[in-house]
Design a protein. Sequence first.
Length: 329
Amino acid sequence: MKAIVHAGMNGLKSLTYEDVVDKQPGFGEVKVRLKTAGLNHRDLFLMADRTNEDAPLIMGSDGAGIIEAVGEGITSLTVGTDVIINPCIGWEITHDVPNAPAIVGGPSDGTFAESIIIPAQNAVRKPAYLSWEEAGVLPLSALTAYRALFTRGRLQQGEHILIPGIGGGVATYAMLMASAAGAQVSVTSRRETKRQAALAHGADHAFDSHSDWKESMNVATVDLILDSIGPATFQQYFDIIKPNGRIVTFGASSGDRMEIAVRSIFYPQISIIGTSMGSSEEFIAMLQFMELHSIRPIIDSVYPLQDTFQAFQRMQQGEQSGNIGIRIN
């Protein structure tokens, strides 16, 4: 079968479109013939960290398709079932948090291929209202956003949330979900086109990331901040967060290390909360929430499998607004 494989230490340049061995599912597994897949910034981070000593890896964490074979011991799924892939392997119970979630597309082979073998419990029936392109780009980012908002962030109707760096997958899903939950949603971006797109899709307020945040917020304050940026913006959060507010962090696109004035945390009693991915329970709850509110992924563009390199170039340049998809079949 054809797949997008990464081998070597040259980041994106080490991607190849090639033939790989087509395997069959073992006990407790299913084989999914993929229709679509989706890109994530996680893919870029993984490729940047890989070396020549690492085994070749099929990239990709998001995907959807049709079950074409089932292994022994499987009774809940049958050949021909339309499924969406939960990319977080082995995390079933929400509060039983693993040290580091195992994720499809690193360490195990991923979704940028004509088929994939996964544990049966990670193949979830595709909501009928979603197109194949929508289902294929949804899983990882939507799951991360759902847990960050509701499990860790405890977002309530009527609260005010700030989502810096709008335009990427997790931030966009968080915006859509928070709006559906009845929250007031503010976002930031360096790009005017992304700010306007956010306003068109339900954000209440959007401002330039490089502006004076207190001035841009017009003295308004927020209950919850979803942070995926880290040091470049983190200190500004304390200027616009309410006492007893929450900062939920799930990324560090501007670096891993920063200094924080401790008094800015304990005097206003701010909670800084980490999160990553989500459980099988949350994956089901996320799909139910999205279907209840008719939330659809915002798709920036869709590329054929053989053009995955070009798709990643678009993501790397920060040009996208919403998800970038891969069409496989």
